[in-house]
Design a protein around this ligand. Sequence first.
Ligand code: NAD
Ligand code: UD1
Length: 307
Amino acid sequence: MALLLVTGGCGFIGSHLTAALLARGDRVRVLDDLSTGSRANLAPGATLVVGKVEDPETVRAAMEGVDGCFHLAAIASVARCTEAWLETHRVNLSATIAVLDAARAAFGRAAIPVAYASSAAIYGMPEFCPLDEDAPARPLSAYGADKLGCELHARVAGQVHGVPTIGLRFFNVYGPRQDPRSPYSGVISIFCERLNRGLPLAIHGDGRQTRDFVFVADVVAALLAALPMAETGAPVFNVCTGQPSSLLDLSAAIGRACGQEPRLEHQPARLGDIRHSVGSVLRARQALGLKPPVPLEEGLAAVIGWL
Ligand code: NAD
Ligand code: UD1
């Protein structure tokens, strides 16, 4: 039975991952500052350390005795990173360095493998889609730049310090427990909740921007498959479906799932918002042995059932 550290384990993706690890018989320690996550999300059976992941002492203590680490704690909102550039940089990049540093071999123990969350935001405004992992990384947001920084420091961790890592470039993840009330949350949880309450949906820009929406269970499956493949070459993989949805298509699909016609309110496009983001699933499917992704309609029904 392994002991695994999950940073951000009280958040949306981290809480699903923690539950899956416990279900397969592992022990889990969670490090979380409860800023966007909550105790209510913590899977029963996990141990919680409340603290900041950018604090090296806290991370070192949390890493004590673990067999592996999933590093998910971050400020996940691109819009919030645009507003609070330096503050979010400390959490999204410096904290990753703190995790990789604490994972180095020390006091006779081997280096600890780390699987960490990168993002489709590292690609910036792509010239063509679907994006495979060799597409140029040209982030347009502070958030994307910091996630690319995580990948670069993971290479350093492997090449210089012998720390095995694997990075997963999640596309737009959705599912139950994604906070529906925060304006910084993912668009699907915001839209489902607003439609449920009979409120209009805010479309930033013309609504023709596209995203690749991937259900949280598929992301958890990718994380579980990834950790044993962590290595010093610091590989990175997309986690996506390969299927584009425009915001207008998405609002119509949510309307059908809720049995209501959505009212749309157009607002100015967000600064640094990416126009099209669709990933290629091929490399991850082959290397991580992933099953076909959950279809959008099925995933939306799970979100609406949870609300
Ligand atoms: P979330 O906000 O639900 O979870 C993040 C968790 O980290 C929360 O529990 C929060 O309390 C914790 N946290 C934040 N700052 C912290 C700090 N300084 N110290 C300790 N804990 C802290 O977000 P999520 O959607 O579950 O995202 C998880 C990871 O996946 C993040 O790294 C995010 O950037 C990445 N990601 C998410 C998506 C998505 O669509 N949700 C897509 C790509 C990448
Ligand atoms: C999301 C993730 C980010 C991840 C990235 C990978 C969240 C909060 N953000 O960013 O962590 O790295 O995917 O691709 O999960 N929109 C509206 N109305 C709204 C809310 C959003 O029109 O009320 C639009 C946005 O302008 C954007 C799209 O919906 O065009 C998606 O926005 P959002 O869910 O915030 O995700 P990303 O910015 O793509």
